[in-house]
Design a protein around this ligand. Structure first.
Ligand code: BG6
Length: 486
């Protein structure tokens, strides 16, 4: 049952995520009439704003990040009325009393969104506890990064657990808010024809790619200590993998969906250190051209040499009955040739081709789930080329196309955070990450990092605007598999 709160408290209210994503998302929810009518939103951050100052700040962010057709002055003015602000330095315990006074009565429910550096999670939780902002009517959303390894993520989870029971903790992975990501569940469990072949008998391999064209942006401090494995694989890519690999949940709810995902994470084959160099490739971008524009190398952007990976490719295995022997190839990188998030599922080849040698090599069927930049699902099938074929039938791969953009053209493409903020406000945990999931993810990630250290594996250079180091191509080619769309 949905249980909306009356108040939202936003830590990190002046940060980049708030400007680009959270304020525009809240505005969109407001403008679509989806927020509880009396919901107030209190921003908290170090900047010294009063309510009016924060309303101006929010209006400027909306002006910068909303598409022109969403900017309605009257709606923006009404949205701004919901906003309040309290200057808060999370490292100063004395800041919490004035914050609690500002928030006032929490009997109608309070949702807290912590979009801050992870080092501030613990002081924030302690401060909130000290002024009673953690009671049974309060739930808390945690933005990534949730630590940088298993030990640090346990520390954060323990600190939060001292103040909130697990059912009131909402760990955010914004990929779970994306419409096409949720569509994986619709595709698998709303149709009968995929599931019988959705296993090691029917599927040859699975590829998951999140390629970005952006570089370091303004995040040197964070990114340099994280790297691609922690930044993208530990969370987003593993969540995609789990949705592809999990068993059918009995119900679409927080308990059943997360139980099944968690089992997948626990089935990931832990890499022994000596296996890591064979199963992972790391890279760091050199200078080059992305989309016709010259860009600097990572080290130049950073201003110093670095061994942080901006690209990683991994051959992973899910060791359970369904997936025995099926490789999951994962890759993600910055400054790649194109922005593309996609899952490609390659089915087994037909056992015998009656067309062999007669003008048509059979390609194995492929299911492509494209998340970005477009949203579509495509099934690549073999079809006969038109013609009289006197020297043999000619076959060609053609797509069966489901363009979600075109099919649902009337509906606006929402920001992933709209879904997640609404679920936090209404208390639906299904699309949030449970503690056991995060810890199983980190266990697998830590084993890879340990292998990198043990083998002194350093990232290989790749030109900006490419698909990563050539070793990433060799990672699949040695198994006779080609990355889709290279
Ligand atoms: C974030 C990472 O979690 O996801 C960023 O920290 C990355 O490095 C971003 O750019 C990608 O998200 P999206 O939604 O643009 O694919």
């Amino acid at each position: 049952p949905r249980d909306p709160v009356a108040k939202l408290l936003l830590f990190g209210a002046t940060g980049d995520l708030a400007r680009r994503m959270l304020l525009p998302s809240l505005y969109n929810l407001h403008s679509d009439g989806l927020l509880p009518p009396a919901l107030t939103i209190t921003g908290a951050a170090r900047q010294d704003f009063d309510d009016a100052g924060y309303r101006d700040f929010a209006r400027a962010a909306l002006d910068e990040f909303l598409p022109a057709d969403r900017k309605d002055p009257a709606t923006i003015a009404a949205f701004a009325e919901r906003l309040f602000y309290q200057p808060t330095d999370l490292s100063k315990p004395e800041c919490f009393r004035p914050l609690a006074d500002k928030i006032g009565d929490i009997g109608g429910g309070l949702a807290i969104y912590l979009s801050t550096a992870p080092s501030l999670f613990e002081p924030a939780i302690d401060g909130l506890s000290s002024v009673g902002l953690t009671g049974p009517t309060v739930r808390v959303g945690l933005e990534k990064p949730l630590g940088y390894d298993l030990a640090s993520s346990r520390e954060i989870n323990d600190a939060v657990a001292r103040a909130f029971p697990e059912e009131r903790i909402f760990r955010i992975d914004h990929y779970l808010g994306k419409e096409t990501v949720q569509n994986i569940l619709a595709l698998r469990f709303g149709n009968s024809f995929f599931e019988p072949v959705w296993n090691a008998q029917g599927i040859d391999n699975v590829q998951i790619t999140i390629a970005e064209t952006v570089g370091l942006e303004e995040r040197a401090g964070y990114y340099e200590s994280a790297g691609a494995l922690r930044d993208m694989v530990q969370n987003h890519i593993l969540q995609l993998l789990a949705l592809i690999a999990m068993e059918p949940p009995a119900h679409f709810d927080g308990a059943d969906v997360r139980d099944e995902k968690s089992k997948v994470f626990r089935s990931l084959r832990l890499m022994k250190p000596e296996k890591v160099p064979h199963n992972t490739v790391t890279g760091q971008y050199a200078d080059g051209a992305v989309g016709g524009k010259f860009v600097k190398s990572y080290a130049e952007e950073l201003g110093k040499p670095s061994t942080t990976e901006t690209f990683v490719a991994i051959k992973a295995h899910v060791d359970n009955w369904r997936w025995q022997g099926v490789p999951f190839y994962l890759r993600t990188g910055k400054r790649m040739a194109a922005r593309r998030s996609e899952i490609a599922i390659q089915f087994k080849a037909v056992p015998h081709s009656m067309f062999a040698g007669r003008g048509g090599l059979l390609q194995p069927n492929m299911l492509i789930i494209r998340l970005q930049p477009e949203e579509y699902i495509q099934l690549l099938v073999m079809a006969k080329e038109p013609g009289l074929d006197r020297d043999g039938v000619r076959l060609r791969e053609v797509p069966l196309n489901l363009s979600l953009d075109a099919e649902f053209a009337g509906s606006r493409r929402r920001i992933a955070y709209e879904r997640l903020l609404l679920d936090l406000i209404e208390g639906d945990p299904t699309l949030f990450v449970r503690r056991d999931e995060v810890e199983a993810q980190w266990t697998w990630i830590d084993a890879i990092r340990a292998g990198w250290t043990a083998n002194d594996q350093k990232p290989k250079s790749y030109p900006s605007g490419s698909w990563g180091p050539s070793a990433a191509i060799a990672l699949t080619e040695r198994d006779g598999v080609t990355w889709q769309d290279d």
